[in-house]
Design a protein around this ligand. Sequence first.
Ligand SMILES: [Zn+2]
Length: 330
Amino acid sequence: MNVETFAPIGQPFAIQLLQKMVATGRVGGSYLFIGPRGVGKKTAARFFAMAINCQGEGPTPCGQCDACQKILTNSHPDVLRVTPEADRQAISIEQVRRLQEILAFGPYEGKRRLVMIDPAERLGLEAANALLLTLEAPPPHTLFVLITSTPYALLETIRSRCQIIRFSPLSRKALLKVARRLGVTVAPADPVLDLCQGSVTRLLALLKPEVRDKFEEMGILLTSFLMGSPSPDLIETPKWAKQRTTMEEFLERALWRVRNVWVALEGEKGPGMMDAEAVGKIAAHLPPSANESLPDLLEAILRSLEDLKHNASPELVFDTLRIEMEELSG
Ligand SMILES: [Zn+2]
């Protein structure tokens, strides 16, 4: 199996650091992988487990040997993942105790055991304190990878025990590469690549057909404003405007669309542009005053996003923006 099919994508700094540690034999006891959701922390942990257990030459795992194959199919007995049980919010102390019983014995068949705690911020207080004892005196041939998107929700005593490895949001290029690997089709100019904020988890959610349909509806609403003819849809508050998450998606999408139309009117081209045809269609119908009102509209949308982030009700934000849009389209 080619390394390109399982190596983490778009996190060169984190991966180089891990590979260097494996190559020099300086693998510590506990790591804290910090970064937003859906940027490859788990993939990197699995890659790390492969690198320290591969039966090949190393330091890059071969992907072919028995150890690599088992890790890739999540069936290696020495690669463990502790995560909240199905009906629970937190990782319980019982789970940590069970883990400690397993760790009392050496690895079954691997060179080193790797334990993922994921997500680490979901460790209950008792569980965290119990785990701390293990981190302070780690069993031989065992290393811990704690995974989190909110490091400050962890106990300081746990954080300070771990070597920190940071992961950043993925670039558009990296997102496209991940999508290709997953067999998902995304056009390079698709706005979802901006909207997902560098997270594969968000990208996949945004690509669902039902979400796409909702975006279409939002797009029509906004385009009708840009064309200077407020849509009848504006009379009633749409369902999605009553929910915080969908209202936020709408505003982010609106921001993207308005920014792109404005940039197109100014005759500039840049990354993340809407396709020329869509811009042309909108531009052809714009009122002569559009050049002047678009910056105001951009500001109104940005203000709405701020209000929403400061806990204003989504419906109120929508209504305020609607009035501003109507005034702007005069
Ligand atoms: Zn291997």
